[in-house]
Design a protein around this ligand. Sequence first.
Ligand SMILES: Cc1ncc(COP(=O)(O)O)c(C=O)c1O
Length: 404
Amino acid sequence: MAVSRGVVSDAYAQLAAEGWLLIAPRSGPRVASSPREHKGVRPLYVEAAEAVRYDLRPGRPDLSRFPRADWLRSLGAAVRGAGDAELDYPPIAGTERLRAVLAAYRGRVRGTLATGEDVLVCLGAAQAFITIAVALGPAQVAVEDPGHTGIRELLRVRGLEPVPMRVDEEGIVVHELPYSVRAILVTPAHQFPTGVVMSARRRADLLAWAERRDAIVIEDDYDAEYRYDRAPVGALQGLRPDLVFHIGSVSKTLAPALRLGWLIAPPAWHERLLLAREGLDHGLPALEQHALADFIERGAYDRHIRRSARAYRRRRDALLEALARELPDATVSGAAAGLHVAVHVPGADEGALVAACREHGVVLDGAAQHGAHSEGATLLISFAAVPDAAAGHVAALIATARGR
Ligand SMILES: Cc1ncc(COP(=O)(O)O)c(C=O)c1O
């Protein structure tokens, strides 16, 4: 029977994919002694991922906690409940239902003052920054230093000029702000990456400064859902809804993959922001917006955050205990909050220590990657990503990396 070359090579490829055949460069196909033997020939990226035992870069929740079944229930409800109108282009600001649900939810848990009208649903927090940048036009924006370099870049690419500002133990140093800035971007609930909580006095100073200079304040509320020792400080936006743009997303609570975030904006800016958004896209996926609204409304979001916070608090305690044992001279800074800690290791070279940790399978960031420079090394470690019972192992690997 004659068969075409394509059919034969497809069959070979299928057998190789299933592990029955071994195909290596410069040699003929060989039958595997068992399908498992195929595992010896792996694409590089799998090997690289295996060498990483612990990916502890800050910024991600424990993604294995994603509430798949519960989310599926909301997504199913969204698909079943959507009439033809819901399958058309969605409103550019987001679905009316999700905007109202978010306004109520943020008000309840963060003390924001807003109605659905003030909410713009965004493609993660990232798009909220981009939308503000476009609406603001070329201008100087004060950013915290150290601070999130990725967000600075988003602003820079859209024509803003980030002006790095010092952060002390009370937050951004307001009296050093130059008069030329039109906006001030801050992480008041839990400064990224130092973990400092902005003091009440500094919050008042910042708002007074912004009012005097006719500047806006951009509040990045990225991980404020997690505070382990007391109730989190309320959102700045709740103090001055006319001055403060409040940004958040589900990236730290559910998963970055959902790309769902929000911007609560002063009424005077609504029109400009909508215009900016009209130039960026034609609306966000509506079914996911309905799913999130359902997820929040029926209490699944609260439940998930409550459970996750309990697990993260345990993990934070376990990691700090293990670090105290393995690296007794290291100190931890910042509030008991969020998903990461900043660990200061005296006398160490940060770049070398981060590289040595990586060689030992522990991937983490050095604070210098976010603009922080200090004597010794400051490691940013996501305790949320340290599996239960692995804290001792992680701390021992870091200590070994340091000892080399
Ligand atoms: C401080 C901070 N703000 C904002 C974001 C952006 O989050 P997203 O665009 O995923 O919502 C991140 C993400 O890592 C972050 O660390």
